[in-house]
Design a protein around this ligand. Structure first.
Ligand SMILES: *Cc1c(COP(=O)(O)O)cnc(C)c1O
Length: 230
């Protein structure tokens, strides 16, 4: 089997897991966007996956991402920055990405907004550290609403919702209860501050079904789409 055929089969398998999960949750077909988490994968593989129908990619490492974006110049991929953000990298991130998922401070959001080309506002998601793990970025649940209220007031930025990477768990009901906390945060924040946040980036290879059942609108899939990372 060629690389192109193999990636096409993998993409179809993920798309079918997503649509099965949408149906099971009584959500509209196509309401969940697939983001290929393409860190450490080659441009050639990303190109083949894009030809097979993938239109969104998420990258974690800036230099690696820019190199691949240059190689993939002719393809119309929407790029999401899903890694940890260093404040001295905001300018390049603002210039190379449409979406940024890992916002955890007002200062970062405001720099991205200022530095993004003014043709369209940059789209932002606040990262929530659901399990309060020191190794992960993001704000804790109880601080996320207030930060959202502040970031929502920035010009040239569009705060759209929250992103979370809960601890990997095997038990589906435990997976669901953590995603449900992020969904409740979105509802509560909209009510309390009168916002219209509408995106939840949550769910990876091992827990996308649980995330979709609790309201994910974007899933970030690496391993089960592209294979093991080098
Ligand atoms: C790598 C990565 C993913 C994809 O993880 P898989 O388990 O390989 O699907 C999703 N989100 C973020 C932020 C990542 O860094």
């Amino acid at each position: 089997m060629s690389q192109q055929q193999k990636i096409q089969e993998r993409l179809e398998a993920i798309q079918s897991r997503i649509s099965t999960a949408e149906k099971a949750a009584n959500r509209p077909a196509g309401c969940v966007t697939l983001i290929g988490a393409s860190k450490k994968q080659t441009s050639a593989l990303i190109r083949d996956c894009h030809s097979a129908g993938l239109s969104h990619c998420g990258e974690n490492y800036l230099q690696e991402a820019i190199a691949k974006q240059t190689e993939l110049d002719s393809t119309e991929i929407t790029w999401h920055f899903i890694g940890q953000i260093q404040s001295n990298k905001t300018k390049a991130i603002a210039n190379h990405f449409t979406w940024v998922h890992g916002i955890d401070r007002l200062k970062i959001a405001s720099r991205l907004a200022q530095q993004h080309p003014h043709s369209s506002p940059i789209k932002l998601l606040i990262q929530v550290n659901v399990d309060e793990e020191p190794s992960k970025g993001g704000v804790i649940l109880k601080e996320a609403g207030e930060l959202a209220c502040e970031i929502a007031q920035l010009g040239n930025a569009e705060l759209r919702g929250f992103m979370a990477i809960p601890k990997a768990r095997q038990d589906p009901s435990e997976q669901r209860s953590n995603f449900a906390k992020v969904y409740e945060l979105l509802v509560r924040t909209n009510q309390k501050y009168g916002l219209g946040l509408d995106e939840l980036s949550m769910g990876m290879s091992g827990d996308l079904e649980a995330a979709i059942s609790e309201g994910a609108t974007m899933v970030r899939i690496g391993t089960d789409l592209f294979g093991e990372r080098k």
